[in-house]
Design a protein around this ligand. Structure first.
Ligand code: CTP
Length: 409
């Protein structure tokens, strides 16, 4: 997962001495990929696991280990690092650094920064099960949790490096990023109401034959999953598509464009965010009541325009609702996407180019442009899950802005 919410954030990554430091290497990569600027500070013990040059190469900044290393001679290192950043992440957080932070011990650069930090601090503990369960450690964690600016990415249960099985394994980088997003955007994500559509309509020529397209619904499932993970109240309209697993959110099934229009009209009234990823037929044929028999050399069928569900939805949505469209184009990608943005009065359009060499329908990775009224963001070769996370972040941010503007009016 990369996160759209971390762009331009200044982060401090404190690495303490545990084998899980290798996961923090991946965490650093993902943070940087998300557009964050990251300064690494390590404890002396951390150097037994990952060397300076790894942090330096991935962050583009000299990692710091010593309280008296000069970072900027006009500034006091530990105060600047603790207060001039948007957040501090401690990953892995060993029992030792947790104990020091809990008691206010400041005997090296990492712990001194933690003693001076006023910004949000996120701990991702990693240690042996017995150490994690030790009452001293649990008390330290409890004490830290009472502080307003302290957050925890709770360790998982599983097979640990020491060979034991139990609680103490550091969560994956994705989970840490997810927590950071929650810290930065504490808007009541839980309870935000989402309506997401996905799949492809079927327009019947007769009782057995239909016209459709290649949209698989994968993006719609991925967005629903990602929105659900933020605590959203999600309804997914599966247009001839349903998740292969039993999701925690509700699924409403539809078949045709007309049926999908009726379903969207019914559910979108309550939605805070509407994501229209289903590929809807623009034309529907006149349907024969009986199976069409073969006869003449050629067959003509008249097609009629369907309604543009996304464009129409503006009449049914709440005034501060966020509306997101998709555009798969074979030419003039940005221009066509921008026209759709304006014509359908959308907050943003997720656009991708379809060519004879590449068809995003059904594919697992994709390169997209996200077109806003004032800018275009480009994402190359990302998976549908990554795309879904990005869409959800942008949608929530847009919702927050619109919602607050309305409240302040
Ligand atoms: N859409 C819709 N109802 C339709 C057609 C499209 O709600 N009858 C939605 C799609 O779900 C998508 C967006 O509108 O989010 C753009 O769809 P697309 O097929 O790319 O564009 P159209 O508006 O149909 O225009 P055109 O086919 O001329 O490119």
């Amino acid at each position: 997962m990369v996160s759209a919410g971390l762009e331009n954030k200044n982060l401090l990554l404190i690495v303490s001495g545990g084998i899980a430091a290798y996961k923090s290497v991946f965490l650093l990569r993902k943070l940087v990929k998300s557009g964050a600027s990251v300064q690494v500070v390590g404890t002396a013990n951390s150097l037994n696991f990952i060397g300076k040059s790894t942090w330096e190469a991935l962050s583009g900044k000299t990692p710091l280990f010593d309280s008296f290393e000069t970072f900027d001679s006009s500034k006091i290192t530990h105060i600047t690092l603790a207060q001039d950043v948007d957040a501090v992440i401690v990953a892995p957080a060993t029992a030792n650094i947790i104990a020091k932070a809990s008691c206010g011990i400041a005997d090296d650069l990492a712990s001194t920064i933690l003693a001076a930090a006023t910004v949000p601090v996120l701990f991702a503990p990693a240690m042996n099960t017995a150490m994690f369960g030790n009452p001293a450690n649990l008390e330290n964690i409890e004490r830290l949790k009472k502080r307003k600016n302290v957050f925890f990415a709770e360790p998982e249960s599983g097979c640990l490096a020491c060979g034991t099985v139990g609680k103490g394994r550091m969560v994956e980088p994705e989970e840490i990023i997810f927590k950071l997003d929650e810290i930065f955007y504490p808007l009541k994500r839980s309870g935000v109401k989402w309506l997401v559509t996905g799949g492809a309509t079927r327009e019947y020529l007769d009782p057995v034959r239909f016209v459709t397209n290649g949209s698989s619904g994968k993006t719609g499932f991925a967005v629903s999953e990602a929105a659900f993970k933020t605590g959203g109240d999600v309804t997914f309209v599966g247009v001839n598509a349903e998740p292969s697993f039993n999701p925690g959110y509700s699924v409403v099934k539809t078949v045709t464009a007309a049926e999908t229009a009726g379903t969207v009209e019914k559910y979108v009234k309550n939605a805070d965010i509407f994501v229209m990823s289903a590929a809807i037929a623009d034309y529907s044929p006149e349907k024969s009541g009986q199976k069409i028999k073969k006869g003449e050399e050629s067959l003509s069928v008249e097609f009629f325009r369907t309604s543009d569900i996304l464009a129409e939805s503006v009449k049914w949505t709440k005034p501060d609702a966020v509306r997101i469209g998709f555009a798969a184009e074979t030419e003039n990608l940005e221009e066509n996407a921008r026209k759709k943005l304006e014509r359908k009065n959308l907050d943003f359009v997720v656009a991708n180019l379809v060519s004879s060499e590449f068809n995003p329908f059904g594919a697992d990775t994709n390169s997209v442009r996200i077109v806003f009224a004032d800018r275009i963001e480009e994402f190359e070769n990302i998976t549908k899950t990554q795309l879904a996370d990005i869409i959800v972040e942008y949608a929530l941010k847009t919702y927050e802005v619109k919602h607050n503007e309305r409240k302040n009016r």
